[in-house]
Design a protein around this ligand. Structure first.
Ligand code: MN
Length: 502
């Protein structure tokens, strides 16, 4: 290789890695070594591949790794992020990855590959099941973080795909909007959720997107000026009250969530009070309430708009105080007050909990916030903390709700209770399919009606016109719907028989 090329190559590597390290929080030399190794391994494995944009493949992998570094994922997760496509897209063997990077990273890569096989074709009623399936399949929550980081990068580069395969770019956008963004929201990752929605939006509703952008632009100059003014006065007042440790920033609402609001308000942008918001971050919860007092003492609030999500957090754990004030010059501005910790949790969600603590020591399950109840449960569950009986019971009812997820041969997801049989599946699809079920195939093989279905099974029902329910079926069925239908059919047969005998 000519010297200039080698030099350029080394420079590229250094720049890519620097960009990742700079986004990470406090990390060790060891962490950098691991990430550097993963980077070089991935670059070599994908060296003959390009993205549709013409970029070398490593650009996508570095993009994914940067997204992970930004949400403060740990070094192992970032390394797995760099390697996430090696098993799927290159000739790299699993043994090589295990040898070089160990079982944990290999497990994450395999998890991401598996999730990539689940495709969504926009059947609304399956969306929630599919989201749950994702969580159930991922097993290690870090797999989901990588998948989200991967998707964020793919969504950001949809344009090149759109040029060659518009229908595929639409499917990916739809999946992003209906599966990934709600998933990010569930995991408390507000920032990623907003980004995913905004990236997908123009590919799904192009005209609405343009209109929303136009409306927002029209307003944004006026808004920014007003926010700056409020911010200046606020900083003065806080300083006067002796509050010196605080940060402020302002944001304009994400384009997709603005669109959803506009739809409810007849597309009248003047009716949107939280088009922009001023954020104040202070060290403690007490400080939040002090700041609220100062704000309400300075500007007149809209009383019905005060929301205390600190005392009553949102279901995904989100905490902040929101208040809306009259600015005195005819404007209205939303102000959000939160502690640093609440801010990190709102931005990074679950990732903020998986992160290291101050001393650089990895946090353990016990230190995780109780606020994100189901997430905490999920993590504990993964770590195999099963001591308490009631804890397990809670987990089952709260989180998976004893549910399993199986597929129709076409790939639609069907949600069933644990222990459900092919008959439950049949009745859930259609009463006629249930009552004329003749046989069942599970994963392509004939299976009896008393088979207990498992997560991810593909189930097919064979029907015959003459086939009818037998009393035995009542023992196999688990869902109330199937039991009810079988009883009705059996009752009818009995009545018919009696009528014939009479
Ligand atoms: Mn990828």
């Amino acid at each position: 290789m000519p010297e200039e090329i080698i030099k350029k190559e080394t420079e590229d590597n250094t720049n890519d890695l620097r960009a990742i390290f700079d986004l990470m929080q406090k990390h060790s030399e060891e962490d950098e070594k691991l990430i550097t190794k993963a980077y070089k391994f991935a670059k070599e494995a994908h060296k003959n591949f390009e993205r549709l944009s013409g970029d070398p493949y490593i650009v996508h992998l570095v993009g994914t790794a940067k997204n992970l570094a930004e949400i403060k994922a740990d070094a192992e997760t970032i390394a797995a992020g760099l390697l996430h496509d090696v098993l799927e897209d290159t000739t790299t063997k699993k043994e090589d990855v295990v040898r070089e990077f160990g079982d944990d990273i290999t497990f994450m890569i395999e998890g991401v590959t598996k999730l990539g096989k689940i495709k969504y074709h926009g059947v609304e009623r399956h969306a929630e099941s599919l989201r749950k399936l994702f969580i159930a399949t991922a097993r290690d929550i870090r797999v989901l973080l990588i998948k989200l980081a991967d998707r964020l990068n793919n969504a950001a580069t949809l344009e090149s795909l759109h040029k060659v395969r518009p229908e595929k770019s639409r499917r990916i956008a739809l999946e992003t909007l209906e599966i990934y963004a709600p998933l990010a929201n569930r995991l408390g990752m507000g920032h990623i959720k907003g980004e995913l929605e905004d990236l997908a939006f123009p590919y799904i509703l192009p005209n609405e997107y343009k209109e929303t952008v136009r409306l927002r632009q029209k307003k944004s100059k006026e808004i920014m000026k007003r926010l700056e003014k409020i911010n200046r006065l606020l900083c003065k007042r806080l300083a006067k009250a002796g509050i010196t440790k605080f940060k402020t920033d302002f944001r304009v609402k994400h384009i997709y969530s603005l669109f959803l609001k506009l739809q409810k308000k007849n597309m009248d942008i003047d009716k949107i009070y939280d088009l922009s918001a001023l954020r104040i971050m202070v060290p403690t919860t007490e400080d939040c309430y002090r700041v609220l007092g100062i704000i309400h003492n300075t500007w007149r609030p809209l009383p019905e708009r005060l929301k205390d999500y600190i005392a009553v957090p949102k279901p995904n754990g989100y905490q902040s105080i929101h208040t809306v004030i009259f600015t005195g010059d005819g404007g209205i501005v939303e102000i959000q007050i939160r502690s640093e910790q609440m801010h990190n949790e709102a931005e990074y969600g679950i990732a903020a909990h998986l992160a290291y603590d101050e001393s650089g020591k990895k946090k353990t399950g016990g230190e995780l916030s109780k606020k994100l109840k189901w997430i905490t449960q999920l993590i504990e569950w993964q770590k195999g903390v099963h001591e308490s009986e009631s804890f397990l019971d809670n987990l089952k009812t709260d989180f998976f709700n004893n549910q399993i997820f199986v597929f129709t041969p076409k790939g639609d997801v069907v949600e069933l209770p644990e222990g459900a049989s092919p008959l439950d599946f049949a009745y859930l699809i259609h009463t006629d399919i249930g009552s004329h079920a003749f046989g069942a195939k599970v994963n392509g093989k004939m299976a009896s009606f008393d088979t207990a279905l498992k997560n991810g099974d593909i189930v097919e029902i064979i029907t015959r016109e003459k086939s009818t329910p037998s009393p035995k079926w009542l023992e196999y069925a688990k869902t109330s719907e199937a039991i009810k239908r079988i009883r009705i059919s059996l009752g009818n047969t009995k009545k018919n028989k009696e009528r014939l005998e009479r």
